[in-house]
Design a protein around this ligand. Structure first.
Ligand code: NAD
Length: 341
């Protein structure tokens, strides 16, 4: 009998419940080993319980060490701190892995196949921000700081190299802004070079300044294999790379720590299309596929990926964000039929 694996399920806000339901239906049909413990987080949880991260949810995460999570809404500029950032810091989810691969023929970019490894708990996301008053204006100047530690720079770069070895990737690119942020980004580059030297002869390494990297990703993304970078640069570049292959509806992400892994779509809660059966569930489905690989079920991940490809490419069933007409439910039905055949 297959070993059952307990996992926390957080449907999240906005389109979260729709794409989570679609994903769970598909995973059930696939016969995955997960035993789900559904829990609330986000704005929905706040409205129901007065807490964005209820203690029951945290207990479940500590117990299972594994989760599939829908997007969580964070109010911009005011209100509570991002729950995603809180979760990453609370559980030490230091590596954010975002693979990007061309799946749709006729896309603007063919042959994209790269992974962004983003440092997930330090950098400018520390968000140590303040206002400084000038004359009678208390908010005349806004200033902020970030931090990178030597240990964390080494850990994330090592993670990228180990990922490259495990996944047969040939090159890791260190992406930085050390020409301007000589200490904050310079430490990352310096430590990155030291770690890279340990992998010499096994995995190649090169370097790019982040702005040049952004331009080159648009002009020739095939030049990249694994990108490793600090928190904010990784956040921005991985949305850019998602845009190369059909947009946010196609991009999965994994948040990995020493004792926990949380899998999610890169996109947010998309309030503009929530509850309208318009959301593309492929990003969360692909996150579930990464989760299957993580628990040693690459076989099921491959079946899932093939079925998604069959529906998107051979059958041409696509949601509106990909230029199609299918709703979330119709896409899910097509995927369930593809899995039966
Ligand atoms: P968003 O990713 O929610 O939406 C950006 C655009 O992409 C919207 O037009 C949306 O309709 C579209 N889109 C996103 N996902 C889609 C999908 N699966 N199918 C079809 N179209 C899709 O970004 P936003 O509007 O900047 O953020 C909304 C909220 O989500 C904010 O509160 C933000 O903080 C939060 N957010 C959460 C996460 C997370 O939980 N990991 C990530 C990013 C943003």
């Amino acid at each position: 009998m297959t070993k059952k694996i307990p996992a926390t399920l957080i449907p999240g806000d906005g389109i979260g419940p729709e794409i989570t339901q679609a994903t769970i239906e598909v995973l059930d049909a696939l016969g995955t080993p997960f035993v789900w413990d559904p829990q609330h987080a986000g704005v929905g949880a706040y409205e129901a319980t007065g807490e964005v991260l209820p203690p029951k949810t945290l207990e479940s995460l500590r117990r299972t060490g594994l989760a599939l999570k829908g997007p969580l809404t964070t109010p911009i500029g005011e209100g509570f701190r991002s729950i995603n950032v809180t979760l990453r810091q609370m559980f030490g989810l230091y590596a954010n892995i975002r693979p990007t691969k061309t799946r749709l023929p006729g896309e603007r970019y063919e042959g994209v196949d790269l992974v962004v490894v983003r440092e997930n708990i330090e950098g400018l996301y520390a968000a140590m921000e303040h206002y400084m008053p000038v004359a009678d204006d208390p908010e005349a100047v806004a200033y902020g700081a970030g931090f990178n530690t030597r240990a964390e720079c080494r850990r994330i770069v090592r993670h990228a190299f180990e990922y490259a070895l495990q996944h047969g990737r040939k090159k890791v690119t260190l992406v930085h802004k050390a020409n301007i942020l000589k200490k904050l980004s310079g430490l990352f580059l310096h430590e990155g070079r030291r770690v890279a030297a340990e992998y010499a002869g096994r995995v190649a390494c090169d370097e790019r300044i982040v702005d040049a990297c952004a331009m080159e990703l648009v002009i020739r993304p095939e030049a990249y294999d694994v990108i490793v970078t600090t928190n904010l640069f990784g956040d921005i570049l991985s949305d850019l790379t998602a845009g190369l292959v059909g947009g946010l509806g196609m991009a999965p992400g994994a948040n990995i720590g020493e004792k926990m892994a949380i899998f999610e779509a890169v996109h947010g809660s998309a309030p503009d299309i929530a509850g309208q059966d318009k959301a593309n569930p492929v990003a969360l489905l692909s996150a579930a596929s990464l989760m299957l690989v993580h628990v040693g079920r690459a076989d099921l991940a491959q079946t899932l990926d093939r079925a998604i490809e069959e529906v998107l490419v051979q059958q041409g069933v696509r949601t509106v964000d990909l230029g199609g007409q299918a709703g979330t439910k119709a896409f899910t039905e097509a995927l369930l039929s593809a899995l039966k055949n």
